[in-house]
Write a protein that binds this ligand. Structure first.
Ligand SMILES: NC(=O)c1ccc[n+]([C@@H]2O[C@H](COP(=O)([O-])OP(=O)(O)OC[C@H]3O[C@@H](n4cnc5c(N)ncnc54)[C@H](OP(=O)(O)O)[C@@H]3O)[C@@H](O)[C@H]2O)c1
Length: 397
């Protein structure tokens, strides 16, 4: 008589013990798989400038805590201006609450913190409920702000946040896309109501079109047939025209309101700049036509950092309501857009990329040992493409 005990933690790392009974004797004939507990990563132990970045070979190996999670072996990690801000503590109050909603842990429990919001890599392990992915699948993802990031050998993510990577891109190229792409998707599709089926006759203005979000938004909107006007500095004009922008206005040549006011009015404005822009830019929308202004620069995280969660959220809600009301009476919709990690959005973006309509714009690639240099470069700004860190040049497990 024989039977089998099976204790499953995940599909790959199942701890299997099989027993066989021979009379009164019991024999174990298959053993457990030993799993890793540590990995290499760049971590920060406190918020600050570049010198808080620390390389360690002893970072905790990610663990699957929910059956819909996957562990991804990181091949490449993309950096964004947000990583520089988060290194300095931006958003710490809200993100700490999200990591520890019951406020059980002591302050500073987020350390050692791993930055990096973009990942391209290979699935190493799947939770039991994961049906859409298998081990060794090549994937890309944008990582939620409250989760450990991709400047590490491995990262754990919900399967909903992950998507199969475009076949036409290398891992380094793929790692340059997810964060800006899911931000642009959230702003334009979820908040702005645009889709591939309704863009054909739309005029869109992107304020700040030469940065990460802008360059992706230009390409996606052109792939969907919209007419795209962009503001950027003079030396970025050729670059954004190369991505498909129909009309380019140089903000360094003087106030842009005048040249933009001379153009036909717009159906949607994506504002990557914020500040005073809102004082004049909403006048460029077609009134009483459902036209929308989607601002990506919002005070949400600054308010909660400055005032605490409750007061910061109330202040944010009041500001949002005032702005929306002020503009709705003039016949235009004012909205805020937010980064929203999404595997399904990346699935759709992958198809546009593989159709050759969106290209990855990588400005510089750094090795895993050069992460502080990559941050220094990000801090200088004015990039004409993304900064990517190659974590591993091997896509096998
Ligand atoms: N709400 C959210 O969840 C969310 C998510 C992602 C990003 N964001 C925000 O969205 C903004 C854009 O993000 P990003 O990653 O694209 O930033 P980025 O890569 O730094 O790009 C910003 C670009 O704006 C251009 N610029 C600066 N001042 C300008 C002006 N007055 N007029 C026109 N262009 C100007 C700069 O281009 P030049 O070199 O040509 O001067 C720069 O390339 C940032 O403020 C970021 O914080 C918000």
């Amino acid at each position: 008589m024989g039977f089998r005990w099976l204790l499953r933690l995940s599909k790959a790392q199942s701890v299997t013990a099989s027993f066989c009974w021979h009379g009164s004797q019991r024999r174990l004939f298959s053993a457990t798989i030993v799993r890793r507990t540590i990995m290499s990563a760049w971590v920060v132990d406190k918020y600050g400038s570049n010198d808080v970045l620390r390389f360690t070979k002893n970072a905790s190996f990610p663990v699957i805590n929910y059956p819909n999670e996957v562990i991804v072996k990181v091949c490449a990690a993309g950096l964004n201006p947000l990583d520089v801000s988060m290194r300095g503590g931006y958003g710490a109050a809200t993100l700490s609450m999200k990591r520890d909603p019951l406020n059980i842990q002591q302050s500073g429990s987020e350390f050692p913190l791993i930055l990096g919001r973009d990942v391209s890599g290979v699935i190493m392990e799947c939770g039991l409920d994961v049906k859409y992915f298998r081990e060794r699948d090549e994937v890309w993802a944008a990582i939620p702000l409250w989760k450990q990031g991709s400047l590490a050998e491995f990262v754990v993510l919900s399967a909903n946040e992950v998507s199969h990577k475009p076949k036409s891109l290398t891992h380094v190229e793929a790692a340059s896309v997810p964060y800006v792409a899911t931000t642009a998707w959230s702003a334009l599709v979820n908040t702005g109501g645009l889709s591939k089926d309704n863009c054909g006759n739309k005029r869109i203005l992107i304020l700040g079109g030469s940065g990460g979000v802008g360059t992706f938004a230009i390409q996606m909107l052109k792939a969907w047939g919209a007419h795209v006007t962009v503001t950027c500095s003079r030396n970025a004009e050729r670059f954004v025209r190369g991505l498909g922008a129909d009309c380019v206005v140089d903000y360094t040549a003087g106030p842009v309101e005048e040249p933009l006011s001379a153009l036909d009015k717009f159906d949607l404005i994506l504002d990557n700049i914020g500040g005073d822009t809102e004082c004049w830019a909403l006048n460029l929308l077609k009134p009483w036509s459902g036209a929308k202004y989607v601002a990506l620069v919002t005070p949400f995280l600054q308010n909660t950092d400055r005032l605490g969660i409750a007061d910061g959220m109330m202040q944010t809600a009041a500001t949002m309501a005032c702005k929306a009301l002020k503009h709705i009476v003039k016949g235009v919709h004012y909205r805020w857009g937010f980064f929203a990690p999404s595997g399904p959005a990346l699935d759709e973006i992958r198809d546009i990329v593989d159709a050759g309509k969106i290209r990855a714009v990588v400005e510089e690639t750094f090795s895993f040992s050069q992460v502080p240099r990559a941050f220094e470069k990000m801090e200088k700004g004015h990039a004409r493409g993304k900064t990517v860190v190659q974590i591993s040049d091997r896509a096998d497990l």
